[in-house]
Write a protein of this length. Structure first.
Length: 234
């Protein structure tokens, strides 16, 4: 894409930079933290509040990022660039993800008013998959993971986009790209570890709790027998 190089950051570049900040916060901070909160802290009563706040922030950041990008693109004098001779893949991709994020927010709200129909057996691994729950909840979980992946992909294409459209003719620093991949790897690994941890620890925890209950019952039974014998002693 040909462009006129300017000295310093103009209106277009400044808005794109702010757009990138909000897009990065949604993609690398609030969205993955919301998913990880649901993965690691469901035994804590406050997990849902944290998840809901983070997801609300994700929607808010995505809306702000989209509006900023639309204003910046419009300022270039080539229209919205969703269609026509100036059509841009990153813009079309961003519009699609913007819509999907809002749809996921609605699905998440609907899922909050459903409930798990039946919890899996105590020793069953992966309760997320084996629990009988509303289809809305299953869609919310699956859709959320897909959208998180799309957000990562969209942010990566945005890094390439800056190199082509910056009016100042600047390029994304290599360190920023490296940091993107490091954060991406850490967050994906954290989610994978959460799944593995659930599969390993849930059966162990269930067996430990069952043994504890059994010992308590045996202790109570022995104490009752002892008290009964004492009550019959002359």
């Amino acid at each position: 894409m040909s462009k006129e190089i300017t000295s310093g950051w103009d209106f277009h570049d400044k808005f794109i930079i702010i757009h990138a900040v909000f897009a990065s916060m949604a993609t690398l901070l609030t969205a993955p933290l919301a998913i990880l909160a649901a993965r690691y802290f469901r035994r804590n009563r406050s997990w849902f509040l944290a998840h809901a706040i983070l997801q609300t922030l994700t929607c808010l950041f995505v809306i702000i990022a989209f509006v900023l990008s639309a204003v910046a693109v419009r300022s270039s004098g080539n229209g919205w660039q969703f269609t026509g001779p100036h059509m841009d893949l990153h813009h079309d991709f961003g519009l699609a993800v913007f819509i999907l994020v809002l749809v996921e927010g609605v699905i998440g709200l609907l899922a909050h008013y459903t409930r798990t129909l039946q919890f899996p057996g105590a020793t069953r691994a992966f309760p997320t998959l084996t629990a009988r729950k509303s289809p809305v909840r299953r869609i919310h979980v699956a859709f959320g993971i897909i959208i998180a992946g799309l957000l990562y992909a969209l942010l990566y294409t945005g890094l390439n986009e800056w190199d082509m459209v910056s009016d100042a003719g600047t390029f994304v620093p290599r360190g920023v790209r490296v940091m993107f991949w490091i954060i991406f790897a850490i967050e994906v690994a954290a989610y994978a570890v959460g799944w593995t941890r659930e599969a390993i620890l849930r059966p162990r925890r269930a067996r430990a709790e069952a043994e504890s209950v059994e010992k308590t019952d045996e202790s109570g039974s022995t104490q009752s027998k002892s008290e009964a014998r004492r009550s019959f002693m002359p």
